[in-house]
Each structure stands twice: as structure tokens, then as C-alpha cells.
Design a protein around this ligand. Structure first.
Ligand SMILES: C[S@@+](CC[C@H](N)C(=O)[O-])C[C@H]1O[C@@H](n2cnc3c(N)ncnc32)[C@H](O)[C@@H]1O
Length: 213
């Protein structure tokens, strides 16, 4: 499988083509299943109406991860109870921790603005962690929506923190719901190899355009 690029396709099918115990770390941000549009342009993403998509993918994610490795899984407060119930009952992952991503910046508007998102830390075996100062509240700026960017683009500095904490130089990191490819960018800055998978060609083309390809 080609490394350091986003593969276009359904992550469940593509992960099925990967050998077992192949990946050192997974960092991913699946659709939350809340079926809403985002930002001024009310953009939607594929499978956002499907709260089961990340559950189904978790089974393959477990298989492709090496023993003693971690998975960082973005979620939100609505999907969290359903997701943790599924993980505990139907996967072999251990739920190690819940990290809160606190956004420096959040827009004003109606009541209860979203200033945080959640990141579940799941373990296969007993992974080692590298940073002594990694807090369970991580602060990073939210990326504002514009007409052309991905409505869920995640900050590269936040992703780098998790990658640094749970992998070493040269390790292979997977993001099966890659979107605009932020995880790949974070890996490149930290000299990790990476594989991204994204179903929607639009975001892959957008990334290539931004990178001047
Ligand atoms: C929340 S977004 C990820 C955004 C990404 N973290 C970023 O920084 O740009 C989730 C992505 O998963 C993609 N997706 C949905 N179902 C998928 C599937 N079955 N296989 C691969 N990608 C999928 C969507 O098209 C969407 O771009």
C-alpha cells in the first residue's frame, strides 16, 4: 500500500486490504452521525447521517493496529454515550482516557456555542506514552469555515501533540477518515509515515490543489 498519501475509497474496504498488526498509531475524526450542516455555507460530509459508520470502522481499526498501540478518536457529547457503549460491548479496545479539546476561538451566535470537542483514547494492549506533560485538556484554535475548506478541518498543532505522545520517528500512522489530510500534514512535520483514506474525492482534490500539485 502506498504511503504518505490519501487513498480514495471506503475506509472499511481499504482497511480490509491491509495486513493485521500493520499500523503503529491511528488518529481519526469520523463523521459524528449528527446529520447537521456546518458553518455559513451549511456544508455536510458523507456519512454524517450514519451514527454507525465509526463503530463499524472500529472493528477493522483494531485489527490493523499493532499490539500495544493507541487510537485517538474524535467525537462529541451527543455521540459519546453510544460510542463508548459500543466500544465496551463489541470491540476489544480498552477505553484509556477522554481528552477535551478546548478551542481558543469560537464564534458568537446562539446559546451554547461549541467551545470543546472530545477525543477518546483507546488502547490495544498496553501502549507506551512519550510526553510527561500531556494534559487531558488540550487547547488549540478552531479552524474557521470558508467557502472552500473542509467543514471539520482539525488543527495540525493539536494532531501533532497526540502523534508525538504515542509514536516515534518513522512510525506509520493511519487516518481512515482523512478529510482535508490534516493528520498527514502533522505526520510530515514529525517525520512519521502516514496513510490517509477519504471517500469524498472533493477533499482529496482540494488538498492537492493547496499543495500545488
Ligand atoms: C470529520 S471529517 C474529517 C476531517 C479531517 N479531520 C480534517 O482535518 O480535514 C470526516 C471525513 O470522513 C469522510 N468519510 C465518511 N465516510 C467515509 C468512509 N466510509 N471512508 C472514508 N472516508 C469517509 C467524510 O467524507 C469526511 O471528509
Amino acid at each position: 500500500m502506498e504511503l504518505n498519501k490519501i487513498i480514495q475509497g471506503d475506509c472499511i474496504q481499504i482497511m480490509k486490504e491491509m495486513p493485521s498488526r500493520y499500523i503503529d498509531l491511528i488518529v481519526t475524526d469520523p463523521p459524528y452521525g449528527d446529520n447537521v450542516g456546518y458553518g455559513w455555507n451549511n456544508k455536510t460530509i458523507i456519512n454524517n447521517e450514519n451514527p454507525l459508520i465509526n463503530c463499524t470502522a472500529l472493528v477493522e481499526m483494531y485489527r490493523v493496529l499493532k499490539l500495544n498501540s493507541s487510537l485517538y478518536l474524535f467525537t462529541n457529547w451527543k455521540h459519546y454515550p453510544f460510542l463508548t457503549e459500543f466500544i465496551s460491548r463489541y470491540t476489544k479496545f480498552k477505553i484509556r482516557h477522554l481528552v477535551v479539546w478546548e478551542k481558543h476561538n469560537f464564534g458568537l451566535g446562539w446559546a451554547f456555542r461549541h467551545q470543546y470537542e472530545l477525543i477518546l483514547v483507546l488502547e490495544k494492549g498496553k501502549p507506551k506514552y512519550n510526553l510527561k506533560n500531556f494534559s487531558d485538556v488540550q487547547t488549540a484554535s478552531h479552524i474557521n469555515h470558508n467557502k472552500s475548506n473542509h467543514p471539520h478541518q482539525k488543527p495540525v498543532d493539536l494532531l501533532m501533540k497526540m502523534i508525538e505522545h504515542s509514536s516515534k520517528v518513522g512510525d506509520l500512522v493511519l487516518d481512515p477518515f482523512a478529510g482535508s489530510g490534516s493528520t498527514g500534514k502533522a505526520c510530515e512535520k514529525l517525520d512519521r509515515k502516514w496513510i490517509g483514506i477519504e471517500l469524498d474525492e472533493k477533499w482529496i482534490n482540494r488538498r492537492e490543489k493547496d499543495n500545488g500539485k
